[in-house]
Design a binder for this molecule. Sequence first.
Ligand SMILES: [Zn+2]
Length: 336
Amino acid sequence: MDKKFKRTLVTTALPYANGPVHIGHLAGVYVPADIYTRYLRLKGEDVIMVGGSDEHGVPITIKAKKEGVTPQDIVDRYHTIIKDSMEELGISFDVYSRTTSKIHSETASEFFRHLYDKGEFVEKTSMQLYDEQANQFLADRYVTGECPHCHFDHAYGDQCEKCGTSLNATDLINPKSEITGSTPVLRETKHWYLPLDKWEPALSKWILEGHKEWKTNVYGQCKSWIDLGLQPRAVSRDLDWGVPVPVEGAEGKVLYVWFDAPIGYISNTKELLPDSWEKYWKDPESRVINFIGKDNIVFHCIVFPAMLMAYGDNYQLPDNVPANEFLNLDGDKIST
Ligand SMILES: [Zn+2]
């Protein structure tokens, strides 16, 4: 806790580029990170603050389809809006980039390939819903149907918004493709999984024994996840928008957005400091702080650290992960 560090890397949660930045995120993530970074700069310490837009994933492709434009059009529009908002608010990023950059694609691709070559993934074949008219697999929000729990008739393939239950698309009763309206069929597909269960003892030791000083909301959520038992998590999916899976026979598959997004912190640092980025990530005398919103605790405390441990090569785990709750105004939650 009182360890002295030579330098600090401040990362900020990547805002999702399918809408403008939300005031709750500004108050919970970017303003606190900015204050902290400015404080260290004033003290004359070696510190950098990195950020960027998260530009992959299904919601962006759905928004593009609805508007009759390309996913690239959507992210170009919102990346510009978000970047301008950050600048106008005076958030003092050393770099604010995006996950559709070339350097990010190369970095995420290399990260996957390194884990693949080390045998860190588990390959699994499963049955997924497939739209024969559109010739594509239907990932979460591309399929709707009846919720098997509350029987709401318009549940999404990843969640029922009426009863809040997380779903697998194959759980839906009478599933329907959101693309063509047709009834999908089951088809076999292969994906790669990160076995989080393998890293459970190391994560438990690192967090539950080693970081009792973390905020109680963060520590508590990590503990309840670990107590429930960690499961392998798919790192790839059938989609045409994202970083292609860099393995032979993986045509039509991209890295799952949760896998490529945190690697954005690394690629942003590389973009800022092409020759010296590694000392911020791989030197035990560097301190990494991830400023995030409360929805991202599990990704930053469990999933991304497991990825870094699996990668090896001296990648440092975060020293702290301050996650903030909702912003309140006159005692009420501010919603979107
Ligand atoms: Zn339901």
